[in-house]
Design a protein around this ligand. Structure first.
Ligand SMILES: Cc1cc2nc3c(=O)[nH]c(=O)nc-3n(C[C@H](O)[C@H](O)[C@H](O)COP(=O)(O)OP(=O)(O)OC[C@H]3O[C@@H](n4cnc5c(N)ncnc54)[C@H](O)[C@@H]3O)c2cc1C
Length: 641
């Protein structure tokens, strides 16, 4: 993404649209006591952002502005920019209450907020440094890393194991096999970034580090954005660092359903221990977690609920709060900083910006991978004794379905769980400064057996405004008080795995997922629990992250929220944890890979990533994927000459 605040962007708005856009921006993000208000620069940056997000994005932005301007004429008889501040504010409020008009306003506000809050003036208003990417560290074992376009061996590469994808699944299998002396080649569709690229900018992160620029979503009775990384290190390079073992009751259930004790807590324990040691997993210091730790403890003590400090893989964390946009200080031990360099040190080779497009099959066996390079679209072939697919729970089944392989069971792409999440923010009297803290340092496990986990979800300055799905004076007021707000998220373990991933238009994934009434009710209940917790800890206001949801300021309003019947489109959902789309099992008629991760239909092909995780983990899944990969490496090694 180019610099959104450079003067080089030529706006395409005509004069009337420009006036309307600036007036709308000023009304949506007004000047506060502390918050710098939006203006022409915000509009310019938002238009540029819309254009960079998709082919028709700029046009969409201009239509939104024109549409809302005409709505102003319909409602008041005047163009938006001709209205006084009070009239603009009350018009925004009436649109926010409308079932239909809420949506264009929400879309325009989202673009304006993204553009405005990523600006240095806003950062400085909160006493924060802007764009603080770390120094560009030396890439370790750089001689082993090549951009696919620069690699021209002239003939197919020969190795023992080709690993597609460098997230936790791929990185760990590749490193463990390289450690045992096997020749390993990694193929990664994304780029290798050094620390200076991780500046904390939400916009840069989405455009460069996220799959589909962060716009991949599931469709069904609501829309759920499904976030995934597309860079060396996979999603671990842009994740929050929370590391939970799979709960033993979840592993026990899997064993029962699979009719095997291969993944029992006892048999998985050594694999968890190895990864936990390698990634120095442990809870954060209370000081880095910040006042949310006291708030959660206070609320839980009053309610008699159990809470805990979250184990994380960030031993040197300096609490920059922007984990999900890439760690600027290399404190969080993602795969690009740990397993991948170690594998390269042991002789593995990494080809970046190289997308696997086909599994090479000979005599009914997988013998390698065909890939295409990002810029020149050159084909590279890698031949190997074992092929490991580790592209993640969405890309892996798409690749298999595009080639029409490994699907005798009809299960490829099915059984998707999303572990949907939502959030609630509270305003307190405590000085919290959430943007200087660990985002996810504490949790509440009181309702965990019901599949409801409450976790800290604090964020940096440039993300905070998105936690308040409203605009105008209410937004300015709460952003002025940003020092005193904190957020917790709810994660709900899916009651069914009804989601499905298929190849869609142009090869992009088509994801379908239907939120079940039971999950919706548990999400509502989880949001209520956060509200009860925050209220018991002394919150003054509560902000549920939903569309057209009320701000809660009294106990009576809290009671009213409890009895709301929430619909699937009322909540602002997110999924960070897609799983389960390449089912593991003993029976080839109902599963795609065996308990050794090898495809039933194609010997030599192993799938080791979130897609082979058997069912919802009820916790953030990276440590499950890592431990399963550690186990898989041993099983693959047994099958190599
Ligand atoms: C913002 C965010 C925050 C999260 N926070 C946490 C957390 O705190 N704790 C936790 O447990 N989990 C978290 N997760 C989830 C966790 O990161 C993922 O579950 C995990 O990384 C998935 O591992 P994977 O190996 O299946 O795939 P990924 O990590 O997604 O890696 C797959 C890799 O394969 C590459 N690839 C895909 N297709 C191809 C192809 N055809 N050719 C070559 N390469 C390809 C991709 O570019 C990617 O780099 C978070 C996820 C996100 C997005």
């Amino acid at each position: 993404m180019t610099n959104l605040y450079s003067d080089s962007h030529k706006m395409l708005l005509d004069t009337g649209q420009y006036r309307a856009a600036v007036a709308l921006a000023r009304a949506i993000i007004p000047q506060g006591r502390r918050l710098p208000g939006a203006g022409p620069r915000t509009v310019q940056a938002a238009e540029q952002l819309a254009e960079e997000m998709s082919a028709g994005g700029g046009l969409f932005f201009r239509h939104l502005v024109t549409g809302l301007d005409w709505l102003a004429v319909l409602h008041t008889g005047s163009r938006f920019h001709k209205l006084g501040p009070g009239e603009r504010e009350s018009l925004l409020r009436s649109w926010e209450r409308s079932k239909v008009l809420y949506w264009p306003l929400f879309a325009l506000s989202g673009l304006l907020k993204s553009a405005h809050f990523d600006h240095q003036e806003v950062y400085h208003a909160y006493g924060m440094e802007h764009r603080r990417g770390g120094p560009a560290e030396k890439v370790r074992w750089v001689s082993q890393v090549h951009r696919g376009d620069d690699w021209d061996p002239g003939e197919p590469i020969e190795c023992d194991v080709v690993v597609v994808g460098t997230g936790p699944g791929g990185a760990i299998v590749g490193k463990e096999l390289a450690d045992q002396g096997h020749a390993v080649v990694f193929l990664e569709e994304g780029r290798l970034y050094r620390r200076d690229a991780f500046t904390g900018s939400v916009l840069t992160a989405h455009s460069k580090f996220y799959r589909g620029q962060g716009k991949v979503a599931s469709w069904g009775n609501t829309m759920v954005p499904v976030l995934m990384g597309r860079l060396v290190g996979g999603s671990t390079a842009i994740n929050t660092g929370t590391c939970f073992r799979t709960p033993s009751w979840v592993l026990d259930r899997w064993c029962e359903e699979m009719g095997s004790d291969e993944l029992s807590p006892e048999r998985m324990a050594p694999h968890f221990e190895r990864v936990e040691r390698a990634l120095e997993i442990g809870p954060s210091d209370a000081e880095l977690i910040g006042p949310i730790g006291d708030i959660v403890a206070r609320g839980c003590e009053r309610l008699g609920w159990s809470h805990f400090k979250i184990p994380r893989n960030a031993p040197d964390c300096d609490a920059q709060a922007c984990c999900d946009f890439g760690c600027p200080s290399a404190a969080r031990l993602s795969m690009d900083l740990t397993y991948i360099p170690k594998a390269l040190e042991r002789g593995a080779v990494l080809l970046t910006e190289t997308r696997a497009t086909e599994i090479l099959v000979e005599n009914g066996r997988a013998v390698g991978v065909k890939a295409v390079t990002a810029r020149c679209q050159r084909t590279i072939s890698v031949r190997a004794q074992a092929v490991v697919l580790a592209c993640g729970a969405v890309p892996t089944p798409v690749l298999l379905q595009q080639q029409g392989i490994c699907n005798r069971s009809g299960q490829v792409g099915r059984n998707l769980s999303l572990h949907p999440g939502a959030a609630v923010t509270g305003l307190f009297d405590d000085l919290i400064e959430c943007y200087k803290r660990v985002p996810q340092g504490v949790g509440v496990d009181q309702f965990h057996r019901q599949g409801v986990l409450l976790l800290g979800a604090q964020g940096p300055v440039n993300f905070a405004a998105h936690l308040f799905p409203f605009s105008g004076q209410r937004l300015a007021e709460v952003m002025d008080d940003l020092d005193r707000v904190t957020t917790m998220g709810v994660l709900v373990a899916d009651s069914t795995q009804n989601g499905r991933v298929r190849p869609g238009l142009g090869g992009d994934p088509l994801i379908t997922y239907w939120l079940q009434r039971e999950d919706l009710d548990r999400m509502h209940q989880g949001m209520v629990h956060i509200m009860e917790l925050f209220w018991a800890a002394g919150a003054r206001k509560l902000f549920p992250l939903g569309h057209r949801m009320p701000v809660i300021e009294t106990e009576a309003q809290l009671d009213a929220f409890k009895s709301l019947r929430v619909g699937p489109t009322d909540i602002l959902w997110t999924s960070f944890h897609p799983l389960g789309t390449v089912r593991m099992g003993k029976d080839p008629s109902t599963s795609v890979v065996g308990l050794d991760h090898q495809a039933h239909d194609l010997p030599g092909l192993f799938v080791v990533d979130g897609s082979t995780v058997f069912g919802p983990t009820a916790v953030n899944p990276q440590l499950t994927i890592m431990a399963m990969a550690d186990r898989a490496a041993g099983l693959i090694a047994e099958r190599l000459d």
